[in-house]
Design a protein around this ligand. Structure first.
Ligand code: NIG
Ligand code: FE
Length: 430
């Protein structure tokens, strides 16, 4: 950036100016989550400027307009001014679906898939999610926290400033709680925002394979009450899928979560079709994957606040021909978000720009739609739409800076990183 920074330096208000392209996503006439044609309204400002104070955005507009502002004129000398010419500045990405608490990559699964085995076949044979359990059970909270922090830092290096982080590879009460504590510990050492989710219902662990219902009872009677009591998670998630949990079991788990004051979200329709009505009745904040969602459920979702979070990194890494029906969802009026699904089995990527690129090339989303999905709509998918996801007065000053001329280049260049800085709560990351 224009000048070196230290933390104390940024206690003074910051004035970013001469921004090549500022993407605000702001829209006083478009409050709430974006749908349909509104997903292309990204509030683009050429030669933009942003005033930041106390970790919040004070105002955003053209450099010309902000230089005419009476307060800025009066206080100009005490502001930290940063020249951002040649850069695209965006709201920091909100990665609303990640699984960062694991011990090791799953290279055996990777090689098996290359030689023709499917994700379901590998899982059936004891690979998949179950292959990650032992590593988490044997790892200390501190060791897991280190892995989570490493992932958060990698995400941030590519423009992400808010991350939802799930447990889900411990799969007994103690290991799921340890996983959530690891997330909490890592979050303390990171300047961005972390939203923790209990995914105790990822798959029934091997010891409950012949009696998965008994495991559902452990999730409901041990994990959820303990997590609610210790305030270790905002959300409870469930993998509703053949080979994981049935619709009935999923509904039971999510109802129990709601009864304990936790909010709900779910993995649905990733590998097979499911009718979503029983889960929709619980008003999940987000339903994720959605590859096999039915037309009836798309119509129902168009009238709801529930966000459809698409994670095409998983389709890419599993080498699938089909991708989630983003066009149909958007054109039907469903609010669509994008996330990495960072995990060792189906989507080992921390890159929101790569996911946006996949959204454009494989799901035919416009670059503007991909941006909205990766920022404002994913903020709504975490119940943070009032604080995150756009550059508007009063919102958190979470920004991503790209050494690019045009916002469409964020989705265009893939496999390389053009993010040169991130700001979280008004402070540049080290
Ligand atoms: O979102 N589908 C369930 N969970 C992850 C996969 C986890 C894994 O294979 O380790 C997903 O794709
Ligand atoms: Fe997932």
């Amino acid at each position: 950036m224009g000048r070196a920074s230290t933390k104390s330096e940024y206690e003074a208000p910051v004035f970013l100016h001469s921004i090549g392209q500022l993407v605000t996503l702001s829209g006083p006439l478009l409050p709430g989550v974006r749908r349909g044609a509104a997903m292309r309204e990204i509030g683009l400002i050429a030669d933009g400027a942003v005033l930041i104070s106390g970790g919040k955005i004070v105002s955003a507009g053209t450099t010309r307009a902000l230089l005419r502002d009476a307060w800025i004129k009066q206080h100009r000398k005490s502001l930290i001014e940063i020249d951002c010419r040649g850069k695209v500045v965006l709201p920091g990405f909100v990665d609303s679906h990640t699984h960062p608490v694991f011990a090791a990559p799953r290279l055996v699964d990777f090689e098996k898939r290359i030689t023709g085995a499917s994700y379901a076949e590998i899982a059936e044979a004891g690979g998949g999610i179950r292959a990650s359990i032992q590593g988490v059970r044997e790892s200390s909270e501190a060791r897991l926290a280190e892995n989570v922090l490493k992932a958060l830092r990698e995400m941030q290096s590519m423009g992400t400033t808010t991350v939802e982080a799930k447990s889900g590879y411990g799969l007994d009460a103690a290991s799921e709680i340890k996983s959530l504590k690891a997330i909490r510990r890592a979050a303390k050492d990171w300047a961005g925002t972390v939203v923790p989710t209990l995914l105790g219902a990822h798959v029934p662990p091997p010891e409950y394979r012949s009696n998965p219902q008994a495991y559902v009872e452990i999730v409901c009677n041990e994990m959820i009450p303990a997590v609610a009591k210790q305030k270790l998670a905002k959300y409870v998630d469930v993998f509703c899928e053949r080979g994981a949990f049935t619709m009935e079991q999923s509904r039971r788990i999510l109802s129990e979560a709601a009864a304990k004051g936790l909010e709900v979200r779910a993995h649905v329709c990733q590998l097979t079709r499911a009718e979503l009505q029983p889960i929709l009745q619980l008003h999940p904040v987000s339903l994720d994957h959605m590859d096999y969602v039915s037309d009836e459920d798309i119509a129902a979702l168009a009238g709801m606040d529930t966000v459809a979070t698409l994670v095409p990194g998983a389709n890419y890494f599993l080498g699938l021909d089909e991708y989630p029906p983003a066009r149909k969802l958007i054109d039907s009026g469903v609010a669509v978000a994008l996330a990495t699904d960072y995990n060792p089995g189906t989507s080992p990527t921390a890159s929101m720009p790569f996911v946006m690129s996949l959204a454009c090339t494989h799901m035919k989303m416009a670059p503007a739609e991909a941006l909205t999905a990766a920022t404002l709509n994913s903020a709504f998918a975490l119940g943070l739409g009032d604080r995150k996801g756009s550059i508007e007065s009063g919102k958190d000053a979470d920004l991503a800076f790209f050494q690019l001329n045009d916002y469409r280049e964020v989705s265009y260049w893939f496999g390389s990183n053009h993010c040169v800085a991130t700001m979280m709560a008004g402070k540049f990351a080290d």
